[in-house]
Write a protein that binds this ligand. Structure first.
Ligand SMILES: NC(=O)c1ccc[n+]([C@@H]2O[C@H](COP(=O)([O-])OP(=O)(O)OC[C@H]3O[C@@H](n4cnc5c(N)ncnc54)[C@H](O)[C@@H]3O)[C@@H](O)[C@H]2O)c1
Ligand SMILES: O=P(O)(O)OC[C@@H](O)[C@@H](O)[C@H](O)[C@H](O)CO
Length: 467
């Protein structure tokens, strides 16, 4: 690796890197994680035929495309340690970026080309359009219905199904689809979603072909990656002398555990520090329940207590006390994780949350809580409830979310949630009895039927409501 003025610049010739991965959802996380792993391999002289072509579906992505294009698709990734240590790397593993609505044919051609052997996704929890309770893909969603028979589909599932259909017509083996989102069982959720869409749009035979031939490896991904603001742009300019329209900052910690099931091959990610395993589930449950579940505890109580950043909330004993109690509940629901010392994991997690330099906002992690809590924390409470165990800390996190929602509504503020209407309905149901908030079975399953859990929820709701 060369180090020019404190910046690690690419040591490989980008002209020699060809496309092998099509990635949907080129957000900050993809750029701090999967693209960084590949960049590390390219610096080792490996994976030259696995360059990433990004695909965006929304107007915001068009802006990212413009910026990346102007920078020859390179960008600055800055790792900010809790001790003040900073490193900048110019990442060059993304070789192109397509905005699907304006260039559908180019997306189609990539999907149906032999070079593309992996399609990866970071499309957020909500992007899977799947019920957390039943695991069913929502085929009544207007966006999904509009994609059935569409000339140019606009959802990830519409586009992927079309790409696979075309591949099959051309006699090409299907690409592997790997989700890198914080969704428990993300491989299986993606498989079910794509098969359901294919059944709807193309019929049973094609859906069966996908089920039989396409691989959907599971993965656990981790690296706290905040939103980029002008402060990060200024940091990159002032510290490293780089003008970057959309740099990414993140913590130094990074982890990627994946199921090794890639029929058309894959980059040797393990040479960049990722871990191929036979069963991702224990890693995934550990990470999602401990890290992402705690994030929800920090976000909702932290905001109620007037904090802005995660590290600020982590200096508040009221917040850390709840996080500690929630973690004790979550740990009880986990099975042993091969190679992981949970005590050490928890110590490191608390240090990561307290990193003041990444300036991760509570707003980022509180947004779309209705997509997140049912995946991250409700399963902890449900598991304990079914075993007849109390889960008062989990109830407190849900109560803090309910109080924030009711307060935001009464103040006329935005709910900042993809499912704002459903959330407003839950808040209205809390009007007569706070536990009415738990009535949405899509989010909370049968937790509302557990008398002890609802009593704990009510008590916590009163507590936060008074504050
Ligand atoms: N940021 C992190 O710390 C972090 C860490 C681990 C995992 N993740 C995973 O990555 C996801 C994205 O995080 P991010 O920080 O990159 O967010 P981001 O907002 O920077 O990017 C999200 C990207 O997903 C796209 N997207 C959103 N909804 C979509 C949909 N329905 N269909 C297709 N594309 C869609 C957006 O256009 C954008 O490109 C998270 O939801 C999570 O599952 C994030
Ligand atoms: O990105 P989400 O929606 O899955 O959840 C918000 C945060 O908890 C998450 O982004 C974490 O920072 C991340 O999962 C750390 O690896």
């Amino acid at each position: 690796m060369t180090n020019s003025g404190g910046v690690h610049t690419p040591t490989y010739d980008r002209a020699e890197v060809s496309a092998g991965i099509l990635h949907f959802g080129v957000g900050n996380f993809h750029r701090s994680h999967q693209a960084a792993y590949l960049d590390r391999l390219l610096r080792q002289g490996k994976a030259r035929d696995w360059g990433i072509v990004g695909v965006g579906l929304f107007p915001r992505d068009e802006r990212l495309g413009e910026i990346l294009r102007a920078q020859d698709f390179t960008y600055t990734l800055v790792e900010l340690g809790g001790d003040g240590h900073r490193t900048a790397t110019r990442i060059a593993s993304i070789v192109d970026f397509l905005h699907a609505p304006s260039e559908p044919d180019r997306v189609r051609e990539h999907l149906a080309s032999p070079g593309i052997r992996i399609v990866s996704l970071t499309i957020t929890e909500g992007g899977y359009n799947t019920s957390d309770v039943t695991g069913e893909f929502d085929t009544a969603d207007p966006g999904i219905l509009a994609d059935v028979g569409a000339r140019n589909p606009r959802t990830v599932f519409g586009i992927l199904a079309e790409g696979l259909h075309l591949r099959r017509e051309r006699g090409l083996a299907p690409f592997t689809v790997v989700s890198c989102d914080n969704v428990p069982g993300n491989g299986e959720v993606t498989r079910r979603a794509l098969v359901a869409f294919a059944r709807l749009a193309y019929g049973e035979e094609f859906a069966g072909w996908i089920e039989d031939t396409v691989s959907f490896p599971d993965s656990m991904v981790d690296r706290i990656t905040p939103v980029t603001t002008d402060a990060e742009r200024a940091l990159v300019r002032d510290t490293f002398g780089i003008e970057d329209g959309w740099p990414v900052v993140c913590e130094p910690f990074t982890q990627w555990v994946f199921e090794d099931d890639f029929p058309l091959g894959r980059p040797p990610w393990e040479d960049a520090g990722a871990q191929p395993v036979a069963d991702v589930a224990p890693y995934e449950l550990m990470k999602i329940r401990l890290l992402n579940g705690s994030h929800q505890a920090i976000a909702h109580t932290g905001l109620l207590r007037g904090h802005t950043y995660v590290h600020e909330a982590m200096a508040d004993p009221e917040v850390t006390g709840l996080v500690r109690r929630y973690l004790a509940e979550a740990v009880r629901t986990l099975r042993p994780v091969p190679g992981i010392d949970l005590d050490q994991y928890l110590t490191e997690l608390t240090e990561r949350f307290a990193n003041p330099n990444i300036r991760d906002t509570l707003a980022r992690i509180a947004t779309d809580a209705s997509d997140r809590l049912p995946k991250f924390l409700v399963p902890v409470a449900t598991r304990l409830s079914r075993e007849g165990e109390p889960a008062p800390a989990s109830a407190s996190v849900l109560a803090a979310w309910a109080v924030r929602t009711v307060r935001n509504l009464s103040e006329g503020g935005p709910l900042d949630d993809r499912q704002a209407e459903r959330l407003a309905a839950a808040a209205r149901a809390a009007g007569t009895d706070p536990a009415g908030f738990l009535g949405n079975r899509e989010w909370f399953g049968d937790l509302g039927d557990d008398k002890r859990f609802t009593a704990d929820f009510r008590a916590a709701y009163d507590y936060y409501g008074r504050g």
